[in-house]
Design a protein around this ligand. Structure first.
Ligand SMILES: Cc1cc2nc3c(=O)[nH]c(=O)nc-3n(C[C@H](O)[C@H](O)[C@H](O)COP(=O)(O)O)c2cc1C
Length: 525
């Protein structure tokens, strides 16, 4: 790696007004489990304080780490290599102490502040938000490919997509903590997002690294998943007054990764009909969990701001069956799609899990499968090894589509298929996320390649928080070998494709590191 060109993790737009968000007082008592009990958290009105909490839980810094002379920051959203390619934006109405006109803002995580990139014409804003309920707004995500490419080369594109998926989940989860809904506007094209957020304004970037538009969501109270449509795309742009020029993140780029530009182009959405799928065949909350979860150890704040990736696993901690089943149940949409965060995306799950269970009390070690769409069990059975048992663990809740495939000690193999990383073998379980790949692309088009990674990132984010709740930790594993994983599960066709790995277990802390607060001295505004 070329350390001299290491990209700045913080994008800024010097010249744009910076409005600091008042740092929320710590100690909010909302229990973590209530994030998932939809309708249970009263909706907060849209205010500067509410917006501050939204960004704090979604994209803010949560700690600084120090080792000798080196310090680096960590955030609520995880990121491959901690390189943080994901930039957050919001398009907001006039809000007291933020701005007296509708405007486009960029979120600056280091300052926990919003940079006002554009003041919108009042008519453009009312045209844009006309179909939405009062108090709702838009948030967007973009990727700086270079941040990941600097370290990972061509692999950067998919890591950016994983990270965007994690961030989509952190946005949804942050909204849930405010009693708000959040829906992905999947019908919106990349070009529109670029225009709306100012990413297409070449002069504002000059020689600075460009950002690839990823996605746009609508956030706010009273967002049922059915009132998602109808963004008025013609309303944007006119009369906007822009300010700020992007900072340069690296003094130079040693290599230009043309394949990244190519895949970005090939997967851009030009705007299409929104996806509408039927979730009536999914289990109810009772069927999925046995007893719905109405208690827990952590507050939402503790889980969200305390979340950390394990850097090593202890090779000893076992997980209770109850916690294991609960974690997996959180990954399945309930009937009618009323479960967080799955209410924010309109498609039925395309990511299924091939699990390596090492240490779950009462469960035999071995390979398992979780079909996140119960309608895909037969297709998965047909795609995998014929000799697999497809046997339901006796204590498993009736609606959880979990199956034992084959007993055995897979600790060494799990590490091997995760680029030899020991964390995959030394936890309680690890997994490969197996995408229903070709059918997704032929059904929804090439742009859906990105959505598959977003869904994988969302699965990962739920596992991160559930691991915190269970008193253990987890880690996303972007470095894995896909062909050997396919071989383990007997997948020989290109129809199914492993897209991401994850490991969950008892962590070993790195005692050499000092942890420092995220925003020392910022509290109180
Ligand atoms: C998409 C993705 C891929 C990752 N891949 C790996 C990996 O292969 N090995 C690893 O040890 N950590 C991996 N991580 C964990 C990151 O290193 C971690 O998120 C980052 O250092 C920030 O730390 P935090 O999660 O504690 O905030 C990955 C994280 C993400 C989101």
């Amino acid at each position: 790696m070329d350390w001299a060109t290491q990209p700045d993790p913080f994008r800024r737009y010097p010249g744009a007004d910076l409005v600091r968000l008042p740092l929320p007082e710590p100690g909010r008592s909302l229990p973590h489990w209530r994030l998932y009990a939809l309708g249970d958290v009263p909706a907060e009105p849209l205010s500067l304080e509410a917006l501050s909490l939204f960004f704090r839980y979604a994209l803010s810094l949560t700690a600084w780490k120090r080792f000798h002379e080196t310090t680096w920051s960590l955030r609520a959203n995880p990121s491959s290599g901690n390189l943080h390619p994901t930039e957050g934006y919001a398009v907001l109405p006039a809000i007291e102490r933020l701005g007296d006109t509708p405007a486009v803002y960029h979120y600056a995580p280091k300052e926990h502040a919003l940079e006002r990139r554009a003041i919108l014409d009042a008519q453009a804003w009312s045209g844009l938000r006309a179909p939405f309920p009062q108090g709702s707004f838009l948030a967007g995500l973009a990727s700086v490919h270079w941040r990941e490419a600097w370290k990972y080369g061509e692999r950067a594109f998919r890591y950016c997509q994983h990270d965007a998926g994690h961030a989509l989940a952190t946005l949804r989860i942050a909204a849930a903590a405010l009693g708000w809904g959040l829906v992905l506007l999947d019908e919106v094209g990349n070009e529109f997002i670029a225009r709306l957020l100012g990413l297409s304004r070449g002069d504002d970037y000059g020689g600075a690294e460009r950002e690839e538009p990823e996605l746009l969501v609508r956030v706010g109270p009273d967002l049922s998943s059915t009132c998602r449509r109808g963004l008025n795309e013609s309303a944007t742009g006119a009369g906007a007054r822009w300010s700020g020029k992007a900072n340069t993140l690296s003094p130079e780029h040693g290599v230009e990764w043309l394949a990244i530009d190519e895949v970005a182009r090939a997967t851009r959405r030009s705007g299409n009909a929104p996806i509408t799928e039927d979730f009536s065949g999914f289990p109810t909350e009772e069927e999925l969990f046995g007893t719905p979860v109405r208690h827990g150890l952590l507050t939402a704040e503790q889980a969200i701001l305390g979340r950390r990736s394990a850097v090593a696993m202890d090779g000893a901690t076992a997980l209770s069956q109850e916690a294991f089943f609960r974690m997996l149940a959180r990954l399945i949409p309930v009937r009618g799609r009323r479960s967080m965060p799955w209410d924010s995306i309109p498609w039925r799950p395309r990511i299924h899990l091939g699990l390596f269970v090492h240490r779950v009390e009462g469960l035999p070690r071995g390979l398992y499968a979780l079909a996140r769409d119960p309608g895909k069990i037969a297709a998965l059975q047909a795609a995998m090894r014929r000799e697999f048992r497809w046997q339901r663990p006796p204590a498993c809740p009736a609606g959880l589509p979990l199956y034992l495939l084959q007993e055995g000690d897979y600790r060494a193999l799990a590490a091997t298929v995760s680029c030899g990383q020991e964390i995959a073998g030394a936890g309680a379980f690890s997994l490969g996320m197996i995408a229903d790949y070709m059918d997704s692309l032929s059904t929804h088009g090439a742009a859906f390649y990105r959505n598959l990674f977003w869904e994988a990132g969302m699965v990962g984010q739920v596992l991160y928080l559930e691991a915190e709740e269970a008193g253990i930790r987890s880690t996303g594993i972007g470095c894995y070998f896909d062909d050997p994983v396919h071989e383990v599960f007997g997948i020989s066709s290109r129809a199914w494709q492993s897209l991401y790995h994850f490991t969950v277990g008892g962590p070993v802390e790195d005692a050499r590191l000092t942890t420092l607060p995220a925003y020392d001295g910022l509290r109180g505004g």
